[in-house]
Design a protein around this ligand. Structure first.
Ligand code: HEC
Length: 248
């Protein structure tokens, strides 16, 4: 009697085990459903048609003016509003690596004219191939130049100097400016203020709130993977939508 019982239990177990196995072909039906809410979504799935919208699409485009995580808010600078440059600034702060990167970028993009010594004696100018005297950043005229004005020079160019907005993304522009300001502070300029406090992340909480972070500033990888579009910066404040970018 005892052995019959155990055979019965064993064979029931075996049967259940076998039925639990995949039957070997692709099943399109869920079989028995104990919790239909979990099997059949009550919400519309992405990429399905949807009668609630005029284009019948469930997936919606972002709200106009939405800014992807890691991108900069538009700076609302306008090319001819040179008064606004003077107060424009950033809360980005840089560590030593980023300062070194600022120097590297400066030497690539700016040194040819402004000189790797920042004295306006870059090879393009000293060779006589470029007529206009580039700004001598060690000169009194530029020593105390507001950072926003420098930013505008990169963004829009200045007279004979072309714009570098498409070569340098937002954080890189500020790294270059920080480097210039560092060098100036060592040559009679204002005290250097771009240095990140040592621990733990290199940027203040304030900057995390409303600006993109330089790549190395945040230990969490995803902070800035995409560069903000340079032309985003040219959007006028009155225009709340950023969906139509003009190509450079
Ligand atoms: C092709 C040469 C050239 C290059 C490259 C160049 N500049 Fe200039 N830059 C100039 C000249 C020329 C001026 C002086 C413009 C004037 O005042 O007429 C100038 C002026 C400036 C000024 C002063 C702006 C002002 O409002 O007076 C800043 C700041 C500046 N440059 C930053 C940069 C930075 C940063 C880079 C690199 C991203 C750079 N420049 C690359 C030629 C150049």
């Amino acid at each position: 009697m005892k052995s019959i019982k155990s055979i019965l239990v064993a064979s029931i177990g075996l049967m259940l085990g076998i039925t639990a196995c995949n039957s070997g072909y692709m099943r399109r039906t869920p079989g028995y459903i104990y919790a239909p809410d979990m099997t059949y979504s009550r919400a519309y799935d992405a990429y399905t048609s949807n009668p609630n919208f005029s284009d019948s699409q469930t997936s919606r485009p972002p709200v106009p003016g939405a800014i992807a995580v890691g991108h900069a808010l538009p700076d609302h600078l306008m090319e001819n509003d040179s008064m606004a440059y003077k107060t424009y600034t950033t809360s980005l702060r840089f560590n030593d690596d980023q300062m070194a990167e600022g120097k590297r970028l400066f030497n690539i993009y700016c040194g040819i004219c402004h000189g790797t010594n920042l004295d306006g004696q870059g090879p393009l100018y000293t060779s006589g191939k470029f007529a206009a005297m580039p700004a001598n950043f060690k000169d009194g005229k530029y020593l105390h130049m507001p950072v926003g004005q420098m930013y505008a020079a990169i963004l829009y160019g200045k007279n004979m100097m072309g714009a570098y907005a498409s070569q340098l993304e937002y954080a890189q522009r500020w790294m270059v400016i920080a480097y210039i300001k560092k060098m100036q502070s060592e040559n009679g300029g204002d005290p250097f203020t771009f240095l990140a406090s040592a621990t733990p992340a290199m940027a203040s909480a304030d900057s995390m709130k409303h600006e993109d972070m330089p790549k190395a500033a945040v230990p969490v990888a995803s902070a800035t993977t995409a560069a903000p579009k340079p032309d985003m910066a040219k959007e006028k404040p009155a225009k709340p939508t950023h969906s139509k970018h003009k190509a450079h």
